[in-house]
Structure formats: C-alpha cells, structure tokens
Ligand binder design. Structure first.
Ligand code: LLP
Length: 432
C-alpha cells in the first residue's frame, strides 16, 4: 500500500510506522520530526549479512555507510548487529567512537582526508583506511611511521562502470574525483609503491560505482573488473590481495513504481560472479565487504511535518506549505528526488489532489516535491514523507537559521529521542 513496508493505517485512520500512530508521535515530539524504525534498520542489516553467509559462505562483512544517516544511536544499533561501519570524516569517526563502536570494524573513507583525520583514525585504531590517492598514501605512511604503527589499507579504484544512475552520484567512472584509475596504470603503480612502504599494509581494493542503482549488471561487472585487477597485481608483483570491498549503492523504493532488486539477489549474483572469476583467474577468493547506506537507512525513516498555509493558484497549482523544507529535506532541491507523501491524520482517505509541497525557506525551489498525490490537506494536518531515512538528516543544514529537527527512534511500540531538536541557543552557540 505504501512504499515502505513498515507503514500502515490504524483504526483512527492515522498513518502508522512500525505500528505506532505517527500523528501521536508528531503531537508528542513536535514537527518537523525525523522518525526512524529500529526494526527496519536491523532487519535490513540482517538481510545483508545473512545473504553473505548464505551465498558467500560467511566470508564477508557489512559496513554500514554512515554518511547516509549517522548519530550515536545508529552506531549502537549497527554495532549490536555485529556489523561494521564506513565512516567518511573525522566527525563520523568521532560519533562512532563516542557511541562505543568497535573501531576495528570501521573503514575510513574520503577523497581528501586531512592529516588530522588520518592521525585520528590511527589513534582510534580503525580497521582499515581506504586510500584514495597517492599523496594520501605518502602522508599516511609518514604519519603511521611517526606513530610507529602499520595500518591496513585498501586502495579505492575507479572501475570505469556506468551505473545508469543520477549524474551527481555516479562515482565509478573515469572522470571522477574518487580513486585511482585502472586504465592509465595509475592504480598498479600505486600498488607497487604501497608494497614498498613499511608503514602501511595493503590488504584490499575497493570500488563504489554509484548510488540508487536498480540493475545487477553493473555490480557484476565491477566485481569482474576488480578481480581482474587483483589477478594483475598477483601476476605483476606476486602479491595476493585478500580483501575486496564492493561499496554500496543498492537501490530502494521511493515511489510505488520503483521495483528494486531484492538485496539477497544482488548478493547471490555477485557472489556467484566472484566465485567464478576467482576460479577462472586462479586467485584465492577474497574476503568481501559491502557498504550499504541508503538501503539500510532510507526505508526506516519518515519525516513528519505540520501543514501551515494552503495556497491555491487557479489553473496553476496548489501549494501546501509545511514547517520544514530544504534545510531538513535537501534532496529535492539538490537532485529533484521524488518521494511519497501522506496526510498522516487522513491516511485512510482517498488521495484526491495533486499538490506541490513547499518548505518554509526563503527560496522558490524549496520544495519537498511537485505533482504529489495527496489527501486534501489543510492547515494543522500532519504530512508524512516516506523513505526519508537516508541523506536527509545527514545532509540537513541550518539555512535561514532554522533549528534542525529531532530524531526519534521507534521500536516495538516504544519511542525514544536519539537526537534532540536544536534550540534557539544551539543556533547561536558558536557565535561570538
Ligand atoms: N561507499 C562509498 C565509498 C560511498 O561513496 C557511498 C555513497 C556508499 C558506500 C553508500 O552508498 P549507498 O548505499 O547509500 O547508495 N547524497 C546522495 C547520495 C551520495 C552517495 C555518496 N556515496 C543522495 O542523497 O542521493
């Protein structure tokens, strides 16, 4: 009925998430409000790691990409599932550390890590650092030598795959700021250099081909390209790479017409390709990592707003303005991303109109979406936007000096604040 499976309608005709009345959540915590269903996060993580157990004999790990949604509570949940974390900044590392996350299960990413970030990663004992470029290798080698340590590293490789996705989130092509190029020999030269370094240990290679990908073929192709590279390294240097990180990017359902491939199917097909290619190339089967972000966080989340103004412009459109907008939901203005919305207190009513849901920022493009099918919405109604758990809270801002909303986790009929709503004093906290 709705895009996210945890949503339903109760006897009052209200939208429920994880069985909880979303109108009551809005009343209890205020709006705008991010609501995350813990059970969805947990079951998605389990689907991923169970698939690795089933299709790849357990020789792999899930590293949740915390750029999709990071807060200490999310880190605790991921840790309690036994999964790892992909962190992409000192801020994400610090969040994990403070949440008590086992840092040896963290992979540290970034195309332009600072010395401060590299030092912090070494001091906190991250499991491995995914090195993006040659200057980073040199800086890391120096910092590691100073600290008398030998971090495990992977190299981020551009496999040159077109993943048929939105231009802004394609990261595997040749023209990309991320990683080492294969076809120019840059990647192999870097491997040779790393093998000569005494303060890094190269264990793996990494690729990430994009985000919100619906096809399996680009993932299979990326795995082939990466295994070919592992075989080439072995041939050229005699060195065996033992880890292959295949990144994230698994597509999810934002709209009813979206029909994503079940995560199990990705893992089944890609595992089969890895096994076949390893036999064909005569290399040992690597330990694999995957880094799902969106697929874990997005379906777990909804955002709740209160409707303020309703503005009908005859023959043009109807604007329904809500008490948030691009500051908490930046994906429409950034990517034109579409979402399903529901009037939570009228969820059992027919969706009788097509409207534009607008935010409250001083900017015409500040929209939640256009041409959205919605129940008749009036001032005071609660609107729920679905599948917003990824890349909304994590990309939120204080534009117009708006306070960031609270994040509430729900779990088996109970709710708890995971991130407090910002206060007005938070807004001026660093002002002098
Ligand atoms: N691993 C690496 C190295 C990545 O760069 C990313 C995402 C992921 C894993 C997780 O990918 P996911 O499973 O979430 O697709 N802000 C954009 C998405 C940017 C994704 C960047 N990298 C959006 O809102 O669509």
């Amino acid at each position: 009925m709705f895009v996210s499976e945890n949503l339903g309608i109760n006897e009052k005709g209200h939208l429920t998430a994880g069985g909880m009345d979303t109108v009551e959540l809005a009343q209890q915590y205020g709006t705008p409000l991010y609501v995350m269903d813990e059970q969805v996060v947990r079951s998605t993580l389990r689907r991923f790691h169970d698939s690795i157990n089933r299709f790849y004999d357990g020789k792999g790990s899930v590293h949740y990409a915390s750029k999709a949604f990071s807060c200490m509570e999310m880190c605790r949940i991921v840790a309690s599932e036994g999964d790892g974390l992909d962190a992409v900044s000192i801020g994400e590392l610090y969040t994990a550390l403070k949440a008590g996350f086992p840092m040896e299960k963290v992979g540290f990413h970034g195309n332009n890590k600072t010395d401060e970030e590299l030092s912090f990663a070494l001091e906190t004992g991250v499991g491995h650092i995914i090195v993006d470029n040659i200057s980073e290798l040199h800086r890391l080698e120096k910092i590691a030598a100073e600290k008398n340590t030998v971090p495990h590293i992977m190299f981020r490789i551009k496999p040159g795959i077109d993943a048929h996705t939105h231009d802004f989130v394609k990261t595997g092509q040749i023209d990309s700021k991320f990683g080492f190029a294969l076809e120019t020999g840059e990647a192999l030269a870097a491997v040779k250099e790393a093998l000569a370094c005494s303060n890094v240990k190269l264990t793996g290679v990494h690729c990430h081909i994009g985000s919100q990908i619906f096809d399996i073929a680009p993932f299979e192709e990326a795995a082939r390209v990466m295994l070919g590279f592992i075989a080439e390294i072995k041939k050229e240097t005699g060195y065996e790479i033992t880890e292959l990180n295949l990144g994230g990017g698994f597509g999810i359902k934002y709209l009813n017409e979206h029909d994503p491939v079940p995560f199990e199917t990705y893992l089944e097909k890609v595992s089969a390709v890895v096994k076949e290619e390893c036999s064909r190339l005569g290399i040992a089967r690597p330990f694999i990592y995957i880094e799902p972000g969106r697929s874990v966080a997005a379906p777990a989340g909804i955002t709740l707003y209160t409707v303020g103004a309703r503005k009908e412009i005859p023959n043009i459109r109807t604007y329904i303005s809500v008490d948030g907008g691009m500051a908490d939901s930046p994906r429409y203005i950034l990517y034109g991303s579409e979402y399903e919305a529901i009037v939570a207190n009228k969820a059992s009513q027919e969706r009788s109109e097509k409207v534009t849901i607008a935010g409250k920022c001083c900017e015409s493009g500040d929209l939640i979406g256009e041409n959205m099918s919605l129940q008749h919405a009036e001032s005071g109604d609660i609107i729920a936007v679905c599948a917003t758990g990824a890349y909304n809270y994590s990309m939120s801002s204080n534009y117009n000096r708006l306070q960031k909303p609270a994040v509430v986790f729900i779990n088996n009929g109970e709710s708890r604040i995971a991130v407090k709503r910002e206060t007005l004093d938070d807004i001026i906290r660093n002002d002098i």
